[in-house]
Design a protein around this ligand. Structure first.
Ligand code: FES
Ligand SMILES: [Fe+2]
Length: 356
């Protein structure tokens, strides 16, 4: 098991993670722990998002407990003032501001409703590494968003996401159906990417998919679920639904893209951001609220399960090990990949720290 990432594995910093939904960051100071670091977020008067380490470099008081004044933060302890790059520009007790005092500012990139943060080596913060997700920016897609605080490692969440067969059991009354777990699957792997394609046909859709598409109750449905682990920060399930009894040349097809974005908070907690997009009835607010309430119920089932499992891990002191089976091969490969990346990065960090 030591080759597999788990709740003890160091974080992977050189990656874009979702820090917040852009709508949650505004003209007040928002404190959030991301990858074990305290971060404060806000928007400038012109609307640009800013993220800084949430620690005053003077005596370490949280900057988020200070005051936003224009585009600057005034520390709530001794009043040092920091600009949006994190540089100290005023020390009230001194006639001139000493140079070289500042807090770290993190690169951010806003894409549609998502605000991505880079907490690793700033020299590697290349925005082109952010996965293009047109379904989050195009008006052809209707969307709802939600988020959870998970009391479990982001590694557990990724494993849960890629192990889609659990839908027939944990989600038996929401997104699952009995046919799901035994349906044929296909796996694809490329460096850093892990894909599972499951085709369930013929099947009957649970109401969560059947009602908004109008396919409810038909026994001749094809449901194709493509699940992609795309990065430590992003996993997408693309679902295609159609009635297989209809002529392929003119039958309606329905598509959903559910983006799952885990951002580690601590080793055993995680921010879990979700974006649920559909290419049908994009402006129908009744469908949006139906999808929002049903999907939030379904994903809560995962959150509750992972919280319980973390409780068992945390009480066990490592006095058991888990048994894997053949159908776990893809999740094991993904966990090996996370572990390798984390260890490579940790080694580089320690070499850098030791170099003169
Ligand atoms: S701790 Fe912030 S000004 Fe002293
Ligand atoms: Fe699930």
């Amino acid at each position: 098991m030591s080759a597999l990432a788990d709740r003890h594995t160091p974080f992977i910093f050189n990656e874009w993670y979702v820090a917040a939904f852009g709508a949650d960051v505004g003209r007040s100071l928002l404190a959030r722990t991301l990858l074990g670091q305290r971060v404060v977020l806000f928007r400038t008067t012109e609307g640009s998002p800013v993220a800084m380490e949430d620690r005053c470099p003077h005596r370490s008081y949280p900057l988020s407990l200070g005051r936003l004044d224009g585009d600057t933060i005034v520390c709530g302890y001794h009043g040092f003032r920091y600009d949006s790059r994190g540089d100290c520009i005023e020390v009230p007790a001194m006639p001139n501001c000493p140079r070289n005092i500042g807090t770290r500012a993190y690169p951010l990139a806003e894409r549609g409703p998502l605000l991505w943060i880079w907490m690793g080596d700033p020299a590697l913060a290349d925005e082109s590494l952010i996965e293009p997700m047109p379904w989050t920016t195009s008006s052809d897609w209707g969307a709802t968003t939600m988020s959870y605080q998970l009391r479990a490692s982001y590694v557990s969440l990724h494993e849960n996401l890629l192990d889609t067969g659990h839908a027939s059991f944990l989600h038996a009354n929401t997104i699952g159906e009995p046919d799901y777990v035994r349906a044929p699957t296909q796996q694809e792997q490329s460096p850093g990417r892990f894909t599972l394609i499951r085709t369930i046909s013929p099947t009957t859709l649970p109401p969560i998919f059947g009602r908004p598409t109008g396919l409810e109750g038909r026994p001749t449905i094809t449901r194709i679920a493509r699940s992609d682990f795309l990065s430590p920060a992003l996993y997408v399930i693309a679902t295609t639904l159609f009635d297989g009894a209809l002529n392929p040349s003119n039958r309606p097809e329905f598509h959903l893209r559910v983006s799952h974005m885990p951002t580690p908070e601590t080793q055993t907690s995680c921010h879990y951001f979700l974006h649920i997009a559909r290419d049908f009835a994009p402006d129908d607010s009744d469908i949006s609220s139906f999808i929002s309430s049903r999907f939030s119920g379904a994903f809560k089932e995962d959150v509750d399960a992972l919280n319980l499992i973390e409780e068992i891990y945390s009480r066990s002191d490592g006095d058991f090990y888990e048994m894997s089976v053949g159908s776990d091969s893809l999740t094991l490969a993904m966990r090996r990949y996370l572990k390798e990346r984390a260890e490579k990065e940790a080694l580089l960090r320690s070499q850098k720290a030791l170099s003169p």
